[in-house]
Write a protein that binds this ligand. Sequence first.
Ligand SMILES: Nc1ncnc2c1ncn2[C@@H]1O[C@H](COP(=O)(O)OP(=O)(O)O)[C@@H](O)[C@H]1O
Ligand SMILES: [Mg+2]
Length: 357
Amino acid sequence: MSIISDDNSFKQAQKTETKNPVIKAESFESDKNFENSIRPKSFDTYIGQSALKETLKITIAAAKKRELPLDHLLFYGPPGLGKTTLAGVIAEQMNVPIKITSAPALERPRDIIGILMSLKGGEILFIDEIHRLNKVAEEILYPAMEDFYLDMTTGKSQTVKTLRVPLPKFTLIGATTKAGELSGPLRDRFGIVHRLEFYTDEELAKVITRTAGILDIEITEEGALAIARRSRGTPRIANRLVKRVSDFALVKHDGKITESVANESLDILKIDNYGLDNTDRNLLKLIIEKYNGGPVGIETIAAAIGEDVRTIEDVCEPFLLQAGLIQRTPRGRKVSPACYSHLGYRNIDINEQKSLF
Ligand SMILES: Nc1ncnc2c1ncn2[C@@H]1O[C@H](COP(=O)(O)OP(=O)(O)O)[C@@H](O)[C@H]1O
Ligand SMILES: [Mg+2]
């Protein structure tokens, strides 16, 4: 099969295009202050996810009526869709404090014991990336979640004693990008499990307009929509793009983000109209040019584009799958015919295209 690309070859692309972490959906330490300053604090300002919001409102109202803490909650979905933000909104709504931590910070037993013992009645404990908890931490968490106590052992070999320490009733909110990697027993201990969905362009335009308002950036409705379209259904990306486009608008224009200013700067940032960035394009081009469209194993892809498997699976793939650009098969990843045309490949026989699937 001969494939002719309008674009540079894959190798060339890798050489000349640098990665642009600012527009990825992952959360970076350097962006924490920016994110916190624009994080919605209430259900009114938390845009989209309406079905989830409605169920949560009822759950919260019921817990308040019963004067009991909320059931433990698990949120899952790709990064940047608002899991951490939602935990904060729930705490605000329940009028209780929240402690935020993540599984990699709970490596030693004393880390998790310490945090559990510091909780006050009704308090929310938020554990990010909860699928990465180790076995020991999980075992400590089970009785704490189920019956609100800790089993502590004291003494050595023959004199070892188990001490049962009661804990205040608290709510655990877990967040994960990979629900499938959560152990069964841990997942079963969450009363409520919810998946966060990608946002529509209209919802993202609202997120963008709200963020622009907070940052004192002038933006038109069409400008907001133009950014929304290229934000991969993800509020975190939308917010990062507003900032980038705003810089561009300020330097090259009069500071106002209109549709044409937005499109012009997003083109310069090399974000195409699917919202794909260089990493995504490199991944797709690799499958097309080196593996005839696939299927190809995820480890091979990761090694070839210099990303780790986890980033590809958690950050790049969910959106590429949802956009119909790639497919997961038992033998690896395949690109779709839509992907060929989106990336500007032509002269591909239509029957050959069909035989790819
Ligand atoms: N529903 C929403 N409405 C408005 N902004 C949102 C919403 N969800 C997320 N955001 C914004 O996107 C950014 C990332 O959200 P976050 O909750 O940290 O995502 P996650 O924890 O799922 O990775 C935050 O800065 C937040 O302001
Ligand atoms: Mg988060």
